[in-house]
Design a protein around this ligand. Structure first.
Ligand SMILES: CC(C)(COP(=O)(O)OP(=O)(O)OC[C@H]1O[C@@H](n2cnc3c(N)ncnc32)[C@H](O)[C@@H]1O)[C@@H](O)C(=O)NCCC(=O)NCCS
Ligand SMILES: Nc1ncnc2c1ncn2[C@@H]1O[C@H](COP(=O)(O)OP(=O)(O)OP(=O)(O)O)[C@@H](O)[C@H]1O
Length: 199
């Protein structure tokens, strides 16, 4: 089974590409989705988050207050590293389980949508990497619009990752998502053809 890492920067368009892949029958592992599952209400990781960062991180419903936690960890490298140390091992082991499952099902390829593929040293897990690229201006604009953030909050989130311009240099393939979604999908289809991965 060929393993392909799909990465990029925050709000660069990974989910947009993942959605297309899923719609066209490809196997996709979504690290952001798993990162939500491991902190669902009642999960042990949630207790560990409130022990570490305070009860204010938990909403009266028993769910994680994602806004509160985001405002803490994207402003503070040490707190972000502590959260990563708590959650990343759990996220990784679930990703490996899903990979194993796809392997057992006989999938010919699996895409791993992992925002922090390079930051977390996970490029060695995959055979090829795709970086979804947008200019800093578009990234900032799309992130502010999607997450209702002001410019300094958005820049703090972008600043917590390796710059996209650096990730591009590490990629086996780059998809430019500055244009329309149709143009992005065409690039993706050409790439799938080039790697003999058409479904
Ligand atoms: C801080 C949290 C609660 C904020 O939740 P929120 O709903 O606002 O964002 P969401 O989870 O959808 O993430 C959006 C994007 O933020 C970026 N991001 C998230 N966590 C991190 C991190 N620790 N470091 C750098 N970038 C991150 C990623 O690009 C991600 O795609 C959440 O992101 C979280 O639990 N992060 C820690 C787990 C993690 O590292 N996830 C990302 C990779 S698996
Ligand atoms: N080509 C495009 N033109 C205009 N808007 C786009 C384009 N591609 C994506 N977007 C929008 O930009 C935002 C970010 O895209 P998307 O959610 O796919 O990024 P992402 O890389 O998965 O982000 P994250 O990792 O932060 O969750 C979304 O609101 C999406 O609708």
């Amino acid at each position: 089974m060929m393993k392909i890492g799909l990465t990029g920067g925050i709000a660069s368009g990974k989910s947009t590409i993942s959605r297309w892949l899923i719609h066209h029958g490809y196997s996709v592992i979504d690290a952001d989705k798993i990162s939500r599952e491991v902190v669902a209400a009642g999960q042990p990781a949630l207790c560990r988050i409130s022990d570490k960062f305070g009860d204010a991180m938990i909403l009266p419903t028993g769910e994680l207050d994602r806004k509160q936690l985001a405002s803490l960890i994207f402003q503070d490298d040490k707190k972000r590293a502590a959260l990563n140390a708590l959650l990343h091992p759990l996220i990784r082991s679930r990703m490996l389980k899903e990979l194993d499952q796809y392997e057992k099902e006989g999938a010919s390829a699996a895409f791993l949508d992992i925002p922090l593929l390079y930051e977390s040293g996970l490029a060695s897990w995959v055979d090829k990497t795709i970086v979804v690229y947008v200019s800093e201006t578009n990234q900032l604009k799309r992130l502010m619009a999607r997450n209702h953030l002001d410019e300094s909050q958005a820049r703090a989130r972008m600043g917590s990752q390796i710059p996209l311009s650096e990730k591009v240099k590490l990629a086996d393939a780059v998809i430019d998502n500055n244009g329309s979604i149709e143009e992005t999908e065409e690039q993706l289809q050409r790439l799938l053809q080039r790697w003999s991965l058409e479904n």
